[in-house]
Design a protein around this ligand. Structure first.
Ligand code: SF4
Length: 206
């Protein structure tokens, strides 16, 4: 247990992309080293835990977390770590390496407002891709890309199909372009679905 009275900063952690959103005992023990007995972890709807750590020790704590296989991400107006399904049909068939590469390329990028991207390994859609800002659905050996889903509010809606039958490389390039366009042209705190409505779909794929 750690006692500390200086500034703290919130970071997001999870066990990385794998078969289900899991943590092992070693990871839990490592996390608890940085918590007082009365402190709490916040479990978000996006397969992340929020923990507050001493700001001046942030980098070394992240290194320690990463050594036990935890992934660490910033909290705030960034692309969140990729939400995924549980890959129940197997790593290769469901494209886990592609999901890992997507996460590696986009998670943590600064954007005007928190951006949620979800991946699902088959059309059953357990990762709920159509309810997120950007959704990826594996269809046989290709990928469909959806944008503009909105899970919250009375005006909740499902995303619309933007691109289909993408190869992994086409998927990476499309995602990076969409996110770069949003980062450059989005207004401060403009939510992604509002941004898409304002600039139009053509702007994102031209
Ligand atoms: S989306 Fe498909 S592969 Fe992924 S957990 Fe659901 S059924 Fe399994």
């Amino acid at each position: 247990m750690m006692t500390y009275d200086g500034n703290k900063i919130k970071i997001a952690i999870n066990g990385g992309i794998g078969f289900g959103a899991k943590l092992n005992a070693k990871q839990l023990v490592t996390i608890s080293k940085y918590m007082k007995e009365d402190e709490e972890l916040e479990l978000t709807t996006f397969q992340q835990l929020y923990i507050e750590v001493p700001e001046d020790k942030k980098n070394e704590i992240i290194e320690e977390f990463e050594r036990v296989g935890l992934s660490c991400y910033p909290v705030g107006n960034f692309v969140k770590s990729l939400r995924t399904c549980n890959f129940c049909k197997g790593e290769e068939e469901e494209g886990m390496p592609v999901a890992k590469e997507v996460n590696h390329r986009i998670a943590g990028k600064p954007v005007p407002f928190t951006l949620k991207v979800a991946y699902t390994g088959c059309p059953v859609g357990c990762g709920e891709p159509l309810l997120n800002d950007i959704g990826i659905m594996k269809m046989r050996d290709r990928y469909n890309l959806y944008i503009g889903g909105k899970a919250k509010g009375k005006d909740a809606k499902v995303g619309t199909l933007l691109l289909e039958n993408l190869t992994p490389d086409e998927l990476y390039a499309s995602l990076e372009k969409i996110i770069a366009t949003y980062a450059e042209q989005g207004k401060k705190r403009e939510q992604f679905h509002k941004f898409v409505k304002r600039v139009g779909v053509d702007q994102l794929i031209s």
